[in-house]
Design a protein around this ligand. Structure first.
Ligand code: OSB
Ligand code: MG
Length: 378
């Protein structure tokens, strides 16, 4: 693939309602979209970084800096045989997984479109339909949470995940578990607890949770190992796992029994695919997490979820739960049995609404002239 140009855009998109996690509340999303034109075809990717460095260290602005200052200038004009060659191409940039992933995934979309096959097929996916759950933000009180859970179960979602934080945890989970004794139920703390809370977290054992996601420090696998030894609920790591080596360390240490794979957090489809493979070989279930993506990031999440290691319902849900109007056509829809049908058109399989994106764009930068100096010595 000859990379003719890279267009970086920032769009503003407002969530239908605020989403609260233990680290804060978001409603006004600032999303970076990456369009890569290769051999005459446009591939699209999304940077899943948040507006603030509170989930991980990256933000919309740090990703802009990395792509605009380093990746864009060095990639334009280059030829890559495959999107999977991209991680090596950016290996000299440390970290910045979400920035890299936005670009790499655009290359994957372009490669699939050039081959005339769905992205899911290019990745090696094996499913025509994926299983969906929802992630519910922290609410004022257990009653309003319960109403929300009921609504989402009514739509068919197969697993409910509750965001929790100290003071808004036990009673909320208890109310939901009482009302729905049999559902697949999990919680996500986004690093809000400390090792001293082990006894408190052990009280959640009675709720028969599918998992407790990332209870402790965002960067501490060893602390989770000590906690896992003290609680029955399986720990699922999210924030801690940036690549396959982290996953291997966590698995060998017994720091978790499940892993949440977010394509952005691990740097793109190449690493996500490898990570699900090593987990599968070790019988560690994985599922696809979400970052409140627009339709473009959502389409990539659907494609990766078709890989054989993804055995649990993901946080990949319908466009309408997030946006009044998405940036793809058709929008992502979920069936009454809580599944998404995997698109069969080439690439991400959804039409990108360029007119709408144009209207939502607040800044953009294009890398296309060969005269620009290469910033990376690669
Ligand atoms: O930890 O999974 C998380 C949203 C923003 C940041 C972190 C997380 C989340 C979610 C939402 O849980 C998942 C989604 O619906 O996209
Ligand atoms: Mg999480």
């Amino acid at each position: 693939m000859k990379i003719e140009s890279i267009v970086l855009r920032e769009i503003h998109l407002q969530l239908k309602s605020p989403f609260e996690t233990s680290f804060g509340t978001v409603q006004n999303r600032r999303i970076l979209l990456v369009e890569v034109v290769a051999d005459g075809v446009s591939g699209w990717g999304e940077v899943t970084a948040g507006e603030t460095p509170s989930y991980n260290a990256e933000t919309t602005d740090t990703a802009w800096h990395i792509i605009s200052g380093f990746i864009g200038p060095s990639l334009q004009g280059r030829t890559l045989a495959h999107a999977s060659d991209f991680p090596e191409f950016v290996a000299k940039i440390r970290g910045q997984e979400m920035a890299k992933s936005g670009v790499e995934n655009a290359l994957w979309d372009a490669e699939a479109k050039l081959a005339g096959i769905p992205l899911s097929q290019l990745l090696g996916g094996v499913k025509q339909e994926i299983d969906c759950g929802v992630s519910l933000g922290i609410r004022e009180n257990p009653q309003s949470l319960l109403a929300k859970v009921e609504e989402e179960l009514g739509r068919g979602y197969q697993r409910i995940k509750l965001k929790i934080k100290p003071g808004k945890d036990f009673d909320f989970v208890k109310a939901v578990r009482r009302a729905f004794p049999k559902i697949l139920l999990s919680v996500d703390a986004n690093s809000a607890y400390r090792p001293e809370d082990a006894e408190h977290l052990a009280r959640f054992d009675e709720f028969d949770l599918l998992m407790i996601e990332q209870p402790l420090y965002w960067d501490d696998i060893y602390a989770h190992r000590k906690l896992q030894a003290r609680i029955k609920s399986p720990i699922c790591l999210d924030e801690c796992i940036h690549n396959t080596r982290h996953a291997l360390a966590a698995i060998e240490l017994n720091a978790c029994r499940i892993i949440n794979i977010k394509v952005g957090r691990v740097g793109g489809h190449t690493e996500a695919r490898l990570l699900q493979k090593v987990c599968r070989e070790r019988s560690i279930p994985v599922w696809c997490g979400g970052m409140l993506e627009s339709g473009i990031g959502r389409a990539h999440n659907i494609a990766v979820s078709t890989l054989p290691g993804f055995t649990l319902p993901g946080d990949v849900s319908a466009s309408r739960r997030y946006w009044d109007e998405d940036v793809i056509e058709p929008e992502v829809e979920v069936s009454g049995k809580g599944t998404i049908r995997v698109p069969t058109a080439p690439g991400i399989g959804y039409q990108v609404r360029c007119d709408r994106i144009e209207k939502l764009t607040v800044r953009s930068e294009t890398f296309s002239t060969k005269s620009q100096a290469s910033v990376l010595a690669v």
